[in-house]
Each structure stands twice: as structure tokens, then as C-alpha cells.
Design a protein around this ligand. Structure first.
Ligand code: SF4
Length: 279
């Protein structure tokens, strides 16, 4: 019986050992195949992103890549809702640092409330915002905006920002000098609505990757992003800020794709410039 015991005792051990080796081998094979599949998936994902244009997850992947590269953007850089609203008008066709100087001037003159801003003489207002450029035009636009807030919302910025999104957007677009980008910036950053702010940076990035055709319009860009991204204010806030950042750092009038976080998503032939592959 002893040999049998030994045999019985050893056989399971042998079987277990054999099974361990067998299963370990299988596991290694599965891992190797898994790694290969993952590798193929990642390279396949790249070419799929690139070749299919705006795949359902292209924007989400772009968001992931940009977030990973740049981290939180903390937009909008302002201390109050009024500063966001005023800044959205002043930033038209100028750099943010110029807007900051204009807002510092406004605050220095005590124009940090809607009433004060609305009451100030037009020439004084223009002079205060001079650093933001096109200061007479922008002063008129600000005055148009404060007039709308006074007439429609009784002068309450709070009331305006609580209005229903479509009504608020329509009211903003009804102001002479407020276009879709300014209106959506106010909606997203001041009223905290899940709205994507399309702009020239976004147009470049999306067209150069083939996600939008050359000559796309504001609404095309906004629709594409909003269809692909969750309707979440913070995410859309962040995505716009990230696109502006990549636009400034890499995707200027001439793209600098090398080292760009979105380079893995380029079409195989590279960035598309004015509807044509770069090469
Ligand atoms: S620089 Fe090149 S890779 Fe970067 S966003 Fe522009 S086109 Fe894409």
C-alpha cells in the first residue's frame, strides 16, 4: 500500500505540478496574446481614430490625451461672474493678458458691478478697456450687453445666468456684438451649462485631423463635440480650455505636430492642411 500511497501521494503532486506548468504556460501564452492584442488595439485605435474621421470616441480620446498631457486648466480665469461675462466680450480678437489689464482698470475704477458698468460714460468705459484693443467697439458691445441685462433681466446678472439655456443663448445672441463663441463662453463658464465653446483653435485641430471637413462652421464643430462628449459642464469647460492650450502650443497657423499630445491621432499621411494632406 505504501507504494500506492506514495504513488497516490505523488501523483496528485505530479499532476498538480504538471497542471501548474501547463496552466502557467497557458497563462503566459494568454498574457502574450493579450499584450499583442492590446498592442494591436492601441495601434489599431490610432489608425481607426485617424482613418474613420470622427469616430464616436475620437473626441473622448483627444480629451484623454490632452488632459494627460496638460492637466486641469482651471478655466475661466476670473474672480466673479461679471468678470467672466465682461472678459468673454473683451477677449474677442486679443490675448487674455490684455483682457486682464482691462479688467484691472475696470476694477480700479470701481466698475465691478453691473450697475456701475452700465452707468459709466461710454468714453470713460472705452478708455478703461483700451488695453483689450478695439476698445471703442468693445465698449459699445459691453454697453449693448448691460442694456440687454437691464431691460430683460431687471439689471440682475444672477437672474440672467439662471435663465433657461436656450432662452439665455437667444438673448445673448440678440445683443449686437455678441456672437456664438461669446454667448457660449458665457453659457459654459458663467452660467455653468453643458455647452462646448467652439473656436478657431478647435476648427484647426478638428479639420487637421480629418474629423471635420475643410471650411466647417461654428455649429459643425460644436455639434460634433457635443454628440461625442458627455453633457457635462466641467468636461466641456475643460475640453475647450485644453484645445486652446494645444492650439497655442502646437496647432498654430503652422502645425507643430512633433511632440503634440494629439500626434498619435493624426491620419497616416499627417495633418490635413486646408483640406489637403500635408505631405
Ligand atoms: S499640431 Fe498636429 S498633432 Fe497637434 S493638434 Fe495640430 S494637427 Fe494635431
Amino acid at each position: 500500500m505504501t507504494p500506492l500511497k506514495i504513488h497516490v501521494a505523488q501523483r496528485p503532486f505530479f499532476c498538480f505540478d504538471f497542471a501548474s506548468i501547463f496552466f502557467a504556460s497557458i497563462r503566459r501564452w494568454v498574457c502574450a496574446v493579450g499584450a499583442e492584442v492590446e498592442f494591436l488595439n492601441s495601434s489599431g485605435r490610432q489608425s481607426e481614430d485617424a482613418q474613420n474621421g470622427a469616430t464616436p470616441r475620437a473626441m473622448q480620446r483627444a480629451y484623454e490625451l490632452l488632459s494627460r498631457a496638460y492637466g486641469p486648466q482651471h478655466w475661466w480665469p476670473a474672480d466673479t461672474k461679471l468678470e467672466i461675462v465682461v472678459g468673454a466680450v473683451l477677449v474677442q480678437n486679443t490675448a487674455w493678458r490684455n483682457v486682464e489689464r482691462a479688467i484691472t482698470n475696470l476694477n480700479g475704477l470701481g466698475l465691478d458691478t453691473l450697475d456701475a458698468l452700465h452707468a459709466i460714460d461710454a468714453d470713460q468705459l472705452a478708455e478703461a478697456i483700451r488695453p483689450a484693443g478695439y476698445f471703442r467697439v468693445k465698449a459699445r458691445r459691453l454697453r449693448n450687453l448691460t442694456t440687454m441685462i437691464v431691460e430683460r433681466y431687471g439689471g440682475s446678472l444672477d437672474k440672467m445666468l439662471k435663465d433657461e439655456s436656450n432662452a439665455l443663448r437667444a438673448a445673448l445672441l440678440g445683443v449686437n456684438g455678441v456672437g456664438p463663441e461669446t454667448a457660449d463662453a458665457i453659457l459654459c463658464y458663467a452660467a455653468e451649462r453643458p455647452v462646448f465653446v467652439a473656436d478657431a483653435y478647435g476648427k484647426r485641430v478638428l479639420e487637421r485631423h480629418g474629423w471635420l471637413p475643410h471650411g466647417s462652421r461654428y455649429d459643425d464643430q460644436q455639434r460634433l463635440v457635443e454628440e461625442q462628449m458627455p453633457p457635462d459642464t466641467q468636461t466641456l469647460n475643460e475640453l475647450h480650455a485644453l484645445i486652446v492650450n494645444v492650439g497655442k502650443l502646437h496647432c498654430g497657423p503652422k502645425p507643430r505636430c512633433e511632440g503634440c499630445p494629439l500626434a498619435p491621432m493624426l491620419p497616416p499621411s499627417g495633418a490635413i492642411i486646408n483640406g489637403e494632406p500635408a505631405t
